[in-house]
Design a protein around this ligand. Structure first.
Ligand SMILES: C[S@@+](CC[C@H](N)C(=O)[O-])C[C@H]1O[C@@H](n2cnc3c(N)ncnc32)[C@H](O)[C@@H]1O
Length: 191
C-alpha cells in the first residue's frame, strides 16, 4: 500500500530525511545522461531537496515538486540561494489536474518515489507526456526482492519493473549500491 501524504508530512515534521545523494551518485548520473547543460529537469517527490539541488548543481534548470507542504517549505528554505535555477512547487504528481507543461522537460527524476505511486502505469504515462523528444526518465529505487518482507512496499516488484521498462525506445540500468539501490535510465524517442 502506498504511503499517504500525511505520512510524509509527519516524516518531515519530525526532522527525518533519506539516504542523501553523494558526489559518486551525481557523477554516475551525469555520465548516464551525457551533455545536458541548461537542460530542464523535473524532480518529482523532492523531499528535502538535496537531489534537486544537486541536479541544479549539474547545470539543470530544475523544478522540484512534492505533495508534502513540509518538504516544499524545507526545500525552499534550504536552497533559496539556488533560485531561479531551482524552483519548488507543491504538487501531487498523481493528480491528473495538476498543471505541468507538456513536452517541456529533458529530464524527469524520481528518487525513492516511484514505488509509492498508487497507479504506476498512469504515472509513467504522465512522465511520457512531460518529456521533450529524447528526454530521460531516471528512476532510483530499491527492489522488493532486496528488502525484508515488512519493508517490501518501498521497493519495486519484478512485475512493476517489467511495467516500468515497457514502451521506452531505449533504456539501461546500473546499481548505485548492489542489493540496495538501482537506477533506471529510460529514454523517450528522439522525435
Ligand atoms: C522517500 S521520499 C524521497 C525524497 C527525495 N526524492 C530523496 O531522494 O531524498 C519520497 C518523497 O516522495 C513524495 N511523494 C510521494 N508521493 C507523491 C506524489 N504523489 N506527488 C508528489 N510527491 C510525492 C513524498 O512526500 C516524499 O517527499
Amino acid at each position: 500500500m502506498p504511503a499517504d501524504r500525511g505520512h510524509w508530512e509527519q516524516h518531515f515534521a519530525a526532522g527525518n530525511g533519506f539516504h542523501r545523494p553523494d558526489a559518486r551518485e551525481m557523477r554516475l548520473l551525469g555520465e548516464a545522461l551525457g551533455p545536458h547543460h541548461g537542460a530542464r529537469a523535473l524532480d518529482v517527490g523532492c523531499g528535502l531537496g538535496t537531489y534537486a539541488a544537486a541536479l541544479a548543481g549539474l547545470g539543470h534548470r530544475t523544478l522540484a515538486v512534492d505533495w508534502a507542504d513540509a518538504a516544499v517549505a524545507a526545500t525552499r528554505d534550504r536552497y533559496a540561494d539556488l533560485e531561479p535555477r531551482l524552483e519548488v512547487a507543491r504538487l501531487d504528481f498523481e493528480d491528473a489536474t495538476a498543471r505541468l507543461p507538456r513536452a517541456a522537460f529533458d529530464l524527469v527524476t524520481m528518487r525513492l518515489v516511484f514505488a509509492f505511486m498508487a497507479d504506476k502505469e498512469a504515472a509513467a504515462e504522465r512522465v511520457r507526456a512531460l518529456l521533450a523528444p529524447g528526454g530521460a526518465w531516471v528512476v532510483t529505487t530499491s527492489l522488493a526482492q532486496w528488502l525484508p518482507e515488512d519493508r517490501r512496499r518501498i521497493g519495486l516488484t519484478a512485475a512493476e519493473v517489467g511495467g516500468l521498462l515497457c514502451g521506452w525506445s531505449r533504456g539501461h540500468w546500473y546499481d548505485l549500491d548492489p542489493g540496495v539501490l538501482r537506477v533506471f535510465v529510460l529514454r523517450a524517442p528522439a522525435g
